[in-house]
Design a protein around this ligand. Structure first.
Ligand SMILES: *[C@@H]1O[C@H](CO)[C@@H](O)[C@H](O)[C@H]1NC(C)=O
Ligand SMILES: *[C@@H]1O[C@H](CO)[C@@H](O)[C@H](O)[C@H]1NC(C)=O
Ligand SMILES: *[C@@H]1O[C@H](CO)[C@@H](O)[C@H](O)[C@H]1NC(C)=O
Ligand SMILES: *[C@@H]1O[C@H](CO)[C@@H](O)[C@H](O)[C@H]1NC(C)=O
Ligand SMILES: *[C@@H]1O[C@H](CO)[C@@H](O)[C@H](O)[C@H]1NC(C)=O
Length: 378
């Protein structure tokens, strides 16, 4: 495991109750989040982040440095820590910088580690990015850093992050991104931003900086993809940032659909705010279930054995029924908190659902096949 920069962690943000957006802690900002699911603990998301300590100044971090790394305002080198568990305790195995100042002509901060098979790569840099394979110890570079080429790049920011999906390599810096179909080394072709700042107008996120400073990371959890990033709208400005977590959906051409950013956040639904639960915003999916772009947005293709779960469905009105919106002849067994609601095809009312809050709404395809667009709770 490699974590660079001073870091602390927050366990179980998802799946243990509801956090909502932004994720806030009393008197601590959560910034530059690296969210990660460790294979040994697939039901927990760990967030490794730096923190802004005070609305009065980002540098006011005297009280609570996590791991003994100095957290200067503008770090210029990258360290490494290791620990026996995801929660630490962490220590520095090499006693020096992994990437010392001056190794590349860029400030060496905001690293990410990309894993492909048994190979691990470090990607880092500020405005211009570098990549180098790590050696087997994960505590040394195995090769000289190579500059990352981004063709037709627009917008620059810190915090490069690489993830793979749909056979493509995605390099993001904040909410801007480029893709490569060749390798982690690139070259990458610039695509755009996956935050549409105009959609934040008139919301509580309007002052969040639009596309600026969205330093963050992608992660997969229960076969759903998420992006966790900075947000400045609720904590007191650019010096006191919080984190938001959003669903990620890939269009058929590989582009990332603009994120939906709202207070409900992920892993939860508020029926009082919207009776429609988008099928693709599931908390977990298994079996023959596949998210895909449709003419109307996104949906989930299902076949026998597909199982979807929607967690924390709140404010279900008394006597409400569920209507599965979609197409095809799939027949679903629906259960609320383990109690069977009914066996339903698309279109027909199913229920009633228990009133109030449903912790887990489970929809399992038992026969047939089809496409699920949404769950309407009316
Ligand atoms: C730093 O934060 C502490 C605690 O919130 C506060 O009392 C102090 O005034 C802050 N100092 C500066 C220089 O902002
Ligand atoms: C890979 O991407 C390049 C452009 O970046 C494109 O010309 C080429 O056709 C792509 N190859 C494949 C196999 O998709
Ligand atoms: C925000 O509100 C203004 C004034 O009502 C309206 O003109 C604008 O279209 C709204 N923007 C969005 C994105 O809904
Ligand atoms: C890719 O698909 C998305 C969503 O359908 C669309 O908005 C975008 O313009 C497409 N990009 C290209 C390069 O065709
Ligand atoms: C993810 O999907 C795979 C393939 O259907 C399944 O084996 C696995 O159990 C799923 N994981 C979760 C957490 O649902």
């Amino acid at each position: 495991m490699v974590q660079a920069r001073g870091a602390w962690l927050l366990a179980g943000l998802l799946g243990r109750g509801h956090a909502g957006n932004p994720i806030m802690l009393p008197s601590l900002g959560i910034a530059d989040p690296h969210a990660h699911v460790w294979p040994a603990d697939p039901d927990t998301v760990f967030v490794y982040a730096t923190h802004d300590c005070s609305p009065s100044g980002r540098g006011n971090c005297t009280a609570s440095r996590g791991l003994g790394f100095r957290m200067d305002d503008w770090p210029k080198q990258i360290g490494v820590v290791s620990g026996p568990t995801a929660r630490g305790p962490f220590s520095d195995p090499i006693g020096k910088a992994l990437v010392p100042e001056g190794l590349v002509p860029s400030y060496s901060r905001d690293p990410c580690v990309f894993r492909e098979g048994d190979d691990y790569y470090l990607i880092w840099g500020t405005f211009s990015y570098y990549v180098a394979k790590l050696d087997g110890s994960l505590a040394a570079l195995a090769e000289a850093p190579r500059p990352v080429v981004i063709r037709n790049q627009e917008h620059r920011d810190d915090k490069p992050f690489v993830h793979r999906a749909n056979g493509l390599y995605y390099l993001s810096w904040g909410c801007f991104y480029a893709v490569s179909n060749s390798s982690v080394y690139g070259p990458y072709d610039y695509v755009g931003s996956f935050i549409d700042a105009a959609t934040l107008e008139n919301t509580s996120f309007a002052s969040g900086g639009g596309t600026a400073d969205r330093h963050g990371s992608f992660f997969a959890f229960h076969n759903q993809t998420y992006f966790a990033c900075n947000d400045r709208s609720h904590g007191g400005g650019s010096g006191y940032r919080n984190t938001i977590v959003n669903y990620v959906h890939y269009a058929a051409n590989g582009s990332i659909a603009p994120l939906r950013i709202d207070e409900v956040g992920v892993g939860a639904f508020d029926v009082a705010a919207s009776p429609r639960v988008e099928a693709e915003n599931y908390f977990s999916a298994s079996g023959a279930a596949a998210k895909r772009e449709t003419a109307a947005g996104f949906a989930v293709d299902v076949g026998p054995g597909a199982a979807l779960a929607y967690n924390a469905v709140r404010n279900v009105p008394p006597g409400a029924t569920l209507r599965l919106v979609g197409a095809g002849d799939a027949v679903f067994e629906v259960a609320a908190d383990g109690a069977e609601i009914g066996t339903c095809g698309v279109g027909a009312p199913c229920g009633p659902l228990p009133a109030g809050d449903v912790a887990v709404l489970a929809v399992a395809a038992v026969r047939g096949a089809g496409t699920l667009d949404a769950l309407e709770i009316i």
